[in-house]
Design a protein around this ligand. Sequence first.
Ligand code: AMP
Length: 420
Amino acid sequence: MAQITKVRGTADSLPEQSRKFEYIEGVFRSLAAEYGFGELRLPTFEKTPLYQRSAGETSDVVSKEMYSFADNGGEQLTLRPEGTAGAVRAVIENGLLADALPRKLFYTISCFRYNRPQAGRLREFHQFGAEVFGADSWLADAELLCLVTRALEKLGLKNDVTLRLNSIGCTTCRGEYRKALLEYFGGHKQELCETCLSRMEKNPLRILDCKSEICAALAKDAPKITDYLCDDCRAHLDGLLAVLDAQGVGYEIDPMIVRGLDYYNGPVFEFVTDKLGAQSAVGGGGRYDGLVAELGGNPTPALGFAMGIERLCMLMDANGFEFPAPRRCRLFIIPMGDAAKTVAARLAGAAAQADIPVQTELVLRSVKASMRYANKLDADYAAVIGDDEVASGCFTIKDMKGGENLTLNGADELIKALKL
Ligand code: AMP
């Protein structure tokens, strides 16, 4: 029969890899808990209009990359391409914005985007993300950025990742800026790519994000949003920068950071690296003060970030980061004969109760083959339980690293000997 393989752009995470992901998620999780974030576990698919209304019809994600389908009942659904829209839907639907603001929430999710797979770019990938609802002060922006910066430090990526920061202003400042952009790019219409020509009409800010070489070169000399910020947006950005300076969080101002989704306003940011080739973004986020109201909730300022777990892991691997090793097998028990199986199971049970990692020979190989397997597991000790051991209740544990063998009488002695 022909083999069925995985879908293009998806990845199997085998134990060695999963261990690394778990570690990375653990670092974010414990920091998030420290900062008072609670966990959201939300559906993997949502109604398609949720993403159309939040990210915007013209965003790359919505226009080209969504996995959308009609279910058997004919409802249009989409596999989650990002976490913010679902989080906003959930806080509104569950009434989490009624009191005790700010509401701080985090999630670890898989996301689905139909893009061209390459190193660091998958069609199903994983993110750690966090959102803060109900805080309009720049202190909230600063707190989020501190959290990510501390996580990156813990992951050994302090020198590999740069925080690039911009403000894309509010609707007031963006109106003026849009005019300036239209005037500038209007003079270069012949040079713009097809997509950017349509962006001229729908959302000229997005031209700044274009990956085509010619558009990117034009964008470099385009007017800068930071020259068009209104007093409030300027004060918000300056306040944020002052806190980051005071906290020693490094950043670069980058007027080219606009983020691809419609819902952002004010400070937006990306964490980038020059060590992953074309896939330079390891995370990003910003403020989206209008989105809660846009999705039917009471107007509530909000902001968030998401980090790509695969890309963080690739960077850590490139650095030779030493992920903590899994707990090693302390004892490998080899039962020989039926009576020995019960004794072996009793010993294994007692050890498990005492939180000692023990494994039992389940394939029932010869003693020699079992010892070879114990070596592969990197077990500290192995014990063969045969008829003699069953009769006497005494058994010997062999030190697999060449140290002294120990003869023990019963489970209590075993636990005493193996407890680290
Ligand atoms: P975005 O919402 O596009 O800013 O995504 C946030 C982060 O998720 C990015 O900075 C990447 O680290 C990660 N990411 C986004 N798209 C992909 C993808 N197709 N494959 C792997 N990681 C991705």
